[in-house]
Design a protein around this ligand. Structure first.
Ligand code: ASP
Length: 466
């Protein structure tokens, strides 16, 4: 019995009899000689069958995307027939046994044809689209990125800890997705915009170093580098200040780039650190693109932006948080919370890369009194504060350690390292730009009975009301 070989291994197995399996990419009939390319996740392999050989009749029936299993002998191709374009171009498989494991209808687009296929069609048949080399390689790159992050942080003493997705709202400036509670009519959970409060509570719990490859949910209009759900490398550390978090982040990403890519070059090492005031004055943006040559796809200009304002104008004279309300004010600025809040600098930072905001983070408030003053400055009443954040304030009164963290976006780093124009290309099942899942057909109405069980009465949009 032969165990199955990956196609990528075949060049090292010349003159061995191997078993391979996968999809038929294309078949070429040369009168008495049939060639076809077999595709598995690892690559493509040319297969040959001659008239008169036992597999010939079956080979004649093969069509694109049929699933087959083949046993045969790997032959070295004569020098003039080698194909340098193909990783397995030095060999071909002389088919001895050929079994069709499943047939396939003609797919709506040809796999790996390089032709232009509309995004609608690609997303409706995403499982076929993913058979293409490019999205497949992107998912592989993403896997290596996440695996590197996990290994790196584990080595540094971090524990990967999961936090709930069905929870209570945490304010980070975006609209939240809500989940109705079936058991408690009229009450709702929300999907978290980030694990922010939970990771801080893990620090109060004394776990010291936490990370999670976490999904973050934001009900905002999707765009090129934003989606309803995105993935963050969320992390938090106790007994550290800003510089330790920045140093760890810089080490992590510098070694990540070296580890998962071979062509990328960093514009500067160590990474530049600019204050928010400086970058706004010099570049007019808080996400400057610091590449020396912006036409070079292999250049990576990482930088940190520090000292964002704690607050920004929220309209109608109110203040909102520039980042989120848990950021520590600069020690020298704490006294301004009541008198001149607009002047306060936060102990916060962003990590930028080639003009994208790749991460935000901060040193957190760990003292109950300071956190209460910040909530008051944000215009919350004492009651609202207790209602929404009582749990956090209570936790801070039981010996919360100083702590700080950051949350780099996994989709964005994958997008940039893959050289893709948007994060959909590095996401297995993305939604379209207008928030639909064309393959699953979401969103969709719910049956009347389910709505009733959830105690939901749907109010039709204004323009549909009569
Ligand atoms: N929770 C923040 C965010 O999602 C990141 C952080 O402050 O660690 O942007």
């Amino acid at each position: 019995v032969h165990t199955r070989s990956w196609i990528s291994e075949t060049p090292e197995k010349v003159s061995e009899t191997v078993k391979v399996a996968g999809w038929v990419q294309s078949r070429r009939d040369h009168g008495g000689l049939i060639f076809f390319d077999l595709r598995d996740r690892s690559g493509l392999l040319q297969c040959v069958v001659k008239e008169g050989e036992p597999a010939y009749e079956t080979a004649k029936e093969l069509r694109a995307e049929y699933v087959v299993e083949i046993t045969g002998e790997l032959k070295e191709r004569p020098a003039n027939l080698q194909n340098p374009e193909l990783a397995t171009g030095t060999v071909e498989l002389k088919v001895e046994e050929l079994t069709v494991l499943n047939e396939a209808e003609t797919p709506p687009f040809e796999i790996n044809s390089g032709g232009d296929v509309s995004e609608e069609l690609r997303m409706t048949y995403r499982y076929l689209d993913l058979r293409n080399e490019r999205p497949k390689r992107n998912l592989e790159l993403r896997h290596r990125i996440v695996r590197f992050m996990r290994d790196f942080l584990s080595e540094e003493g971090f524990w990967e800890i999961e936090t709930p997705y069905i929870t209570k709202g945490t304010p980070e400036g975006a609209r939240e997705f809500v989940i109705p509670s079936r058991l408690r009519p009229g009450q709702f959970y929300t999907l978290p915009q980030s694990p922010q409060q939970f990771k801080q509570l893990l620090m109060v719990a004394g776990l010291e170093r936490y990370f999670q490859i976490a999904r973050a949910f934001r009900d905002e209009d999707p765009r090129g580098d934003r989606a309803y759900e995105h993935t963050q490398l969320d992390l938090e550390m106790s007994f550290v200040g800003r510089d330790e978090v920045l140093a760890l982040t810089e080490r992590l990403f510098t070694s990540l780039v070296k580890n998962v890519t071979s062509t990328k070059k960093l514009t500067s090492e160590p990474w530049p650190v600019l204050t928010y005031a400086e970058t706004m004055e010099k570049y007019g943006t808080d996400k400057p693109d610091l590449r020396g040559d912006t036409t070079d796809p292999n250049e990576l200009a990482f930088a940190f932006i520090i000292d964002f304002p704690l607050f920004k104008e929220g309209g109608d004279g109110k203040l909102t948080s520039e980042h989120h309300p848990f950021c520590m004010p600069h020690p020298e600025d704490v006294e301004l919370i009541e008198s001149d809040p607009r002047k306060i600098r936060a102990y916060s930072y962003d990590m930028v890369l080639n003009g994208y905001e790749l991460a935000s983070g901060s040193v957190r408030i760990h003292r109950r009194d300071v956190q209460e003053r910040v909530f008051l400055a944000l215009g919350l009443s004492e009651e609202e504060i207790l209602e929404r954040f009582g749990h956090l304030l209570r936790a801070f009164s039981f010996g919360a350690p100083p702590h700080a963290g950051i949350a780099p976006g996994v989709d964005r780093i994958a997008m940039i390292l893959a050289g893709e124009p948007n994060i959909r290309e590095v996401t297995a099942f993305p939604k379209t730009g207008d928030g639909r899942d064309l393959m699953m057909g979401a969103p969709s109405p719910l049956p009347e009975q389910l709505l009733e069980e959830l105690h939901i009465n749907v109010i039709p949009p204004k323009n549909e009301q009569t």
